[in-house]
Design a binder for this molecule. Structure first.
Ligand code: NAD
Ligand code: GLY
Length: 371
């Protein structure tokens, strides 16, 4: 990996795009957007920025200034921070704003924010006028390494998360790792769970790199952050290239730990466990399940416990949830990956490789809630 900024290419034929990753590259947004859209500086550029109340100042305003200074016409719409904004009602308000802005198929929608803003703005871009151009500017670690890459967009239905959505690849992704300077510690650490996930599912060397750079991870060292984000984007791009529409089963490997995690998030109550915190605990339940099937030993579990603990992520299922195995199981059966009542789990057979396994009896599944 380079120590300076780099570009990761997502290879999807006519839907291919670049992810530009650096520290302090936000001012390049106009130049990069024009490049990705194939617009010369003398051609008009109309930009519709979607952001949230925590990201507007300074990040979305910085994007707006850079675009305006480069001659673009810019509208900024700010939604309330939080998962509740990923709704059809909010999407509808954004459609109204797009009508007022006289948006057409040459208008570009820019999402400046975390996964909530990215999923919502991407869904609106996918559906308005049967598809607007879309650029992602992720500002959380989770959005940088996961949600901004791969084209999944959507909003929540009152009865299910991400139930309404579409695949809509961006034209480009600009990642300025400096934007994480304002990210609350807990949100940052939550993103680290997804980072560690990539090491377990795809890349032993990357897992070793993380183990050897704990201080840099904890101190948000710019060089470490850049390398980590770039490698995660490369790893996700490899999966998305092979299984863009989640049809072959490969893309499901990104859900390592998530079958347990989604149940923990749902049952703990909104905001009690952040997504990454639930994933951290869920990955260890998955590893214990892998061990009970003879796929890995204690050493592989301990390495994950040590790394997750070193970056201050929780590793144990909270006591109140351990007391509800039946409810956890019921919740897991609602998981989108469940086929005809058979729960599927993404399980490692070493650090750096996983398979999707079904047909596991329910007692074994719930026994792995405790260590
Ligand atoms: P988020 O967007 O809610 O951001 C977390 C919090 O950080 C929010 O309060 C936000 O306002 C704040 N924030 C964002 N950037 C900031 C910054 N630089 N400085 C200060 N505060 C900042 O949550 P998230 O964790 O980024 O994303 C979670 C969402 O992503 C969920 O809705 C999930 O379903 C979705 N997701 C989508 C995909 C996908 O492939 N599309 C993948 C994973 C997750
Ligand atoms: N976050 C899972 C995926 O993009 O497929």
């Amino acid at each position: 990996m380079n120590s300076s900024g780099q570009t990761v290419h997502v290879d999807l034929g006519s839907r291919s795009y670049d992810i530009s990753i650096d520290a302090g590259n936000l001012p390049q947004i106009a130049e990069l957007t024009r490049l990705w859209l194939g617009r010369s500086p003398d051609q008009p550029l109309r930009c519709f920025i979607v952001t949230d109340t925590n990201v507007l100042q300074p990040h979305a305003n910085a994007v707006k200034s850079a675009l305006s200074d480069a001659g673009a016409e810019v509208q900024v719409v700010c939604v309330k921070a939080g998962e509740a904004s990923k709704s059809l009602a909010e999407a509808s308000d954004l459609y109204d704003e797009l009508v007022d802005f006289r948006a057409d198929r040459k208008t570009v929608v820019l999402a400046v924010g975390g996964g909530v803003v990215g999923d919502l703005a991407g869904f609106v871009a996918a559906t308005y006028a049967r598809g607007l151009l879309f650029v992602q500017v992720p500002t959380t670690l989770l959005a940088m390494v996961d949600s901004s890459v791969g084209g999944k967009t959507g909003v929540n239905h009152p009865r299910g998360k991400n139930l309404i959505g579409s695949f809509h690849q961006p034209a480009g992704v600009l990642i300025d790792t400096d934007t994480m300077a304002t990210l609350p510690d807990r949100e940052y650490r939550s993103g680290l769970a997804e980072v560690i996930k990539y090491g377990v599912i795809q890349d032993t060397e990357f897992f070793n790199y993380l183990e050897n750079n704990i201080v840099g991870l904890n101190e948000r060292d710019p060089a470490v952050l850049r390398q980590v984000v770039a490698r995660c984007c490369e790893l996700k791009a490899l999966v998305v290239k092979e299984d863009e529409y989640e049809t072959t089963g490969l893309r499901a490997i990104l859900n390592y730990g998530h079958t347990y995690a989604h149940a923990f998030e749902a049952l703990a109550g909104y905001g009690v466990l952040l997504h990454g915190e639930a994933v951290s605990i869920g990955m260890l339940c998955g590893s214990r399940l892998a061990k009970s099937l003879g796929r890995i030993g204690d050493a592989e579990i301990q390495r994950q416990v040590d790394l997750l603990t070193a970056v201050q992520l929780p590793v144990d299922v909270p006591q109140d949830l351990q007391a509800k195995p039946d409810e956890i199981l019921k919740c897991m059966l609602l998981d989108k990956k469940t086929v005809a009542g058979d729960l599927k789990f993404v399980l490692p057979d070493r650090i750096g490789h996983v398979d999707t396994i079904g047909g596991i009896d329910t007692k074994t599944i719930v026994d792995c809630l405790s260590s």
